[in-house]
Every structure is written in structure tokens, then in C-alpha cells.
Design a protein around this ligand. Sequence first.
Ligand SMILES: CC(=O)N[C@H]1[C@@H](OP(=O)(O)OP(=O)(O)OC[C@H]2O[C@@H](n3ccc(=O)[nH]c3=O)[C@H](O)[C@@H]2O)O[C@H](CO)[C@@H](O)[C@@H]1O
Ligand SMILES: C=C(OP(=O)(O)O)C(=O)O
Length: 438
Amino acid sequence: MTTTRAPGMAAEVIAVRPGAPLTGSVTVDGSKNAALPLLAAAAALGRSVRLSNIPANTDVQIMLALLQQSGWHVAQPVGNPATAMILPTESRHTNPDLPQAARIRASYYLVPALLARHGEARLPWPGGCRIGARGMDLHFKVYEAFGDQSVVDDTGYRVKTTAPRTGTASLVLPFRSRGATLAAMLRAVTTGRSLRLGEPNLSPEVLCVLDALHTAGWETRVGERLLTLSPPSSAPSDAAWAVPGDKVEAGTLACAVAVSGGSARIEGARADDLGPLVAALRQLGISVGSKANTLTVNAQDGRVASRPLRAIASLSPGGLDADFEPPLMALALGLPGAHLFADAINPGRHSNLLPQLARLGAVIEEISPTECRLTGPQQLTGTGVEATDIRTGSALMVAGLTAQGVTTLGGLDQLRRGHADLPGKLHALGADVCEVTP
Ligand SMILES: CC(=O)N[C@H]1[C@@H](OP(=O)(O)OP(=O)(O)OC[C@H]2O[C@@H](n3ccc(=O)[nH]c3=O)[C@H](O)[C@@H]2O)O[C@H](CO)[C@@H](O)[C@@H]1O
Ligand SMILES: C=C(OP(=O)(O)O)C(=O)O
């Protein structure tokens, strides 16, 4: 099977089938989950920010549109769509309706910038992957700590500023929510107040925003238990930030190389962001090197798993990002051992992913709604499957690389929310992938 692309036509399904081991080198795009808060941070800063390495996935495109609809210019240099200048417009827009905010989870990151610009943020409940109940109650606690008031109803929520307050805003999160941590940081920025946040989320997506704010003059301190921010002491100049490479795309490609028994270099994601994924791959007996921005995977010697994988998603510092679990599961199905997976962060993750893997013939035992175990190696068989969320889609592509026959993946809108062109990257490594257009 060869790859054919019809210009201007969106693929209806992607067909994958086993082929030669993946080899060569590929570079990942910027990270969706880092680009989204960085764009919101740029808007919150209220002055010109140049952001580079912006990925072209649809969630990011929606975020750019939301910024344009609510009072910011987005200027993209001709011929360089991965870079954008974000700057406030001079005219005061009235507070806009933002129906597209319901399509992405990360629209909640816009609240601080909207409060600064309009005194009110009025948004529909966020969308994104349907991986169980995904609350926002901690965000409202964050805004309350800054003196804002929130009102919710069935369709969405409103946050309003009250009389301006000064001094340090302090709160301790009951659990380490990434979204609530970023909400607190960005609200500190738009109020110009110091922040003391206990039990913060310290994922790479939070740390890259902290680094960005630091370059914009904010004093930042991070420890496992406490994150503090203090406003710049002098007038800051314009900022230039870069979106870090997508650790999840890199991890997914690493799983694809490993499942095919290949050997390849994956460039562009920071080694520091890949630590827990690299540890999981090594636990499975895969030879992996990770240095600076290069991940090397070598599964050509066909080693068996040295011990079973325990992939437990965690919000703790240094924990395994839940988004790595699905591709690791697809890989583990092909490797010997009894492997355990748990994602208690997203209670509906497994009910999305497992039925699709089962269509390929995977036998996975559900211990509870959020825990499962499987024994590999299992021989899968290609059939029609659906990307019911981003990571289910990418995991199914990994599984399709060893499933006998042809795996056809539908639901590509979900896959493209998180990856501008994952099939193209797999193809660059030699995968037998075909986009089937209507
Ligand atoms: C845009 C983005 O970066 N999305 C990521 C983010 O999602 P998400 O925004 O869900 O991440 P959080 O860390 O904020 O939340 C984790 C879970 O805590 C719960 N919760 C969170 C906040 C709140 O106020 N109330 C509440 O109940 C929800 O069930 C949520 O699913 O982290 C998830 C878990 O690491 C990843 O799978 C997502 O890819
Ligand atoms: C769950 C994800 O995204 P979101 O939080 O935007 O739905 C994801 O990136 O896998």
C-alpha cells in the first residue's frame, strides 16, 4: 500500500497496515497542550508577544480564533504560519459570545485575559476529549481567591471582577490540577498581584508558562509544595516565546517505532519532558536514549519485557502524564508480560479506548472503570475503528502497525484536534499509512 494525498481534500479514514520496521528520523510539532496556555498567557500579558513553533492542530486554530473574536490581533508572518504576534487591539470590543469555546477544553485558560479586557468572562462549558466528568470547580475557587465572583448554569459560566484588591493571593489546591494552576498564574498576571499557590501542578505545560512569564519580568519560584509569582519591578519589554516540542507526539511516535521493531530518532521534544515516558519504555525492555531534544528508540534486537509495565497516570511532579497511557497500552499489547494501566484522573478514558482496542481483538481485563490489565503479546487483527478522542486515535494508529490486515481509523476530527499530521510523521518513518479521501 502506498501513501496517496489528494490536495485540498480531507481524509475520511486513515488505513494502516503492518510493514517494515520504522526507521529514520522525524521532528515533532509544537505541543498543543503547551501552546494553548502560552497563547492565553500572551493575551493575559496585555502587550505584544511573539510566539513561535505553534502547531497547526485544530484546537490551537480555535484558540487563535477565540483570541481574535475577543480583542486581540493575531498577526502571522507570511510564509511562517508557526509564528504569531499576539497583541491587544486598540478598540474596546464588547464582551463577545464565544460559542467555539465549547469545542476545546482549554478555552478556560482565557478567563483571566477576558476579565482584564472586559471585566467579565462569559463562556460555554469547555469541550475537548470526552474522557469522563471534567470539572472546573477549582478554577472558580482560584478566581474567588482573587476576589472574583462566578455564576454557573447548564450552558456555561460567568466570572466577574469586583472591586480591585491588592496584596498576595494565596490558596492551596486540594489536588494538583493543571488547569487550576494555570488559572491562578494567569489571574495573578492580569491583576498584577503576587501569588502563593500550594500543591501546584508542575507538569511541563505549567513550567513552560512559568518560564515564559519569567522572561517577561515576573519573579517565579517553584518547589514541590509551593509556587510563587511576583510582578515585574520595572516596565517590561516585548516578549518572544517558543512552544516546546510535543512530548505526547514524541511519545506516541516512540511507541510506534517500538511496536514495529524499528529504530529511529524523534527530534524536537525536550528530554526533561519525556522522563516518565522513557522510564515506561525501558520498563518494557525497549532501548531508549533521551538527550536534549532527541529521543532515540531501538527495538530491533527484539528483547522481551524485563518486567511487567505499571503505567499509572499521575498529576504529581514527575508523574506519568495520562496522555501517554493510550499509546503505551497499544505498545504493551505486543510485548510479553502482564501489564497494568490506571488513569484515575480521567475517569472515562478507558471506556473510550478499550472498546476500540477490543475491536482489533485485544483482550483487556477491566479491574475497575479506571484500571485494567492485559497480558502480551497479543496478535491483533485489523478492522474499522474510531478515534473517539485524541489519544484513542493515536493509540489505534500504533496498534494498526501490528494488526494483521488493514486497520481503518475514522473520527479523524478528534485526531486532528491534537496533531496536525500524525499520519504524515508515521509515513516519514516508513509506516504503511494511507489517507483515504471521499
Ligand atoms: C488542555 C490540556 O492540557 N489538557 C490536559 C489536562 O486536562 P484537564 O484540564 O482535565 O486537567 P486538570 O489537571 O486541570 O484536571 C484533571 C482532572 O481533574 C478534575 N478537575 C479539574 C479541575 C477542576 O476544577 N475540577 C476537577 O474536577 C477533572 O476531572 C479533570 O479531568 O490534563 C489532563 C490530565 O493530565 C490531560 O489528559 C489533558 O490532555
Ligand atoms: C485530553 C486531551 O485534551 P483536552 O484536555 O484538550 O481535551 C489531550 O490532549 O489528550
